[in-house]
Design a protein around this ligand. Structure first.
Ligand code: HEC
Length: 220
């Protein structure tokens, strides 16, 4: 009995250690992809516009607005190449290529993150929060990437939602000055909650945008 006990304890520890986490790697994953931060906002921002893959219209049966609905169709955990959702965002031609024109294609980083997430088992992963640093916020390195991940699927291109483009300093500053930017992401009364149809931004992202606005919207 004693001889058996040690190997089974080691086996148990091995199983516990192999529980999927953000750092589990199958293909090269430098930053540790997490669903909540790197995948969900990309789907909500780029795919759930009116007439598309939201919880009401579910175009072609796809609802890309939440974890539960995303994994229902077109995702084969562990096999990104066989997943139709991956195939559509990775192909730039043909009728299954998504998002269709005139919408912008996903960036290669976004496509890679989605491949990694599927490859790692398509789990509902949340990244461990690092301390939120809201000092010396830069428009270029802090604010633009947040808007790029959470907003620009709708607020960019030739016909941006609400006629509001959020890809340049000047247009973002107008939205900051008229209070719409902070009002919408903090769900303040009198403003339409943003991202439209998605969940509230993580607290750190909201705090960074507020800090940048409070600092006088510097173009830095
Ligand atoms: C899925 C599409 C979608 C996403 C993603 C999205 N928006 Fe919007 N947004 C809209 C639409 C549509 C409107 C116009 C709403 C209306 O006029 O009823 C709008 C309007 C707005 C307005 C004007 C609202 C007001 O009450 O003045 C602001 C500001 C805004 N969005 C900011 C953002 C920000 C910031 C993000 C990212 C954190 C974001 N949006 C993400 C679709 C989106």
């Amino acid at each position: 009995m004693k001889l058996l006990a040690l190997p089974s304890i080691l086996l148990l520890i091995g199983i516990l250690l192999s529980v999927p986490s953000c750092t589990k790697e199958y293909i090269e994953d430098i930053n540790g992809v997490c669903f909540e931060r790197d995948v969900l906002p990309v789907f909500v921002s780029n795919c759930t516009q009116s007439g598309c893959h939201n919880s009401i219209e579910k175009k072609e049966g796809y609802d890309l607005s939440s974890y539960e609905s995303i994994i229902k169709r077109g995702i084969i955990p562990g096999n990104y190449k066989g997943s139709t959702i991956y195939q559509s965002i990775a192909t730039s031609f043909g009728e299954n290529s998504m998002p269709p024109p005139p919408h912008n294609r996903l960036s290669s980083e976004q496509v890679t993150n989605i491949a990694l997430w599927i490859d790692q088992g398509a789990h509902n992963t949340v990244c461990t929060a690092t301390a939120c640093d809201t000092t010396n916020i830069s428009f270029t390195t802090d604010i633009l990437p947040i808007l790029g991940a959470y907003c620009n699927g709708c607020h960019s291109g030739s016909a941006p939602s609400g006629s509001l483009d959020l890809t340049t300093y000047n247009s973002v500053k107008i939205s900051a000055d008229n209070k719409g930017l902070v009002g919408s992401i903090t769900y303040a009364s009198g403003y339409k909650p943003m991202p439209d149809g998605g969940s509230k931004l993580p607290a750190c992202q909201i705090a960074k945008i507020q800090a940048w606005v409070n600092a006088g919207t510097p173009n830095n």
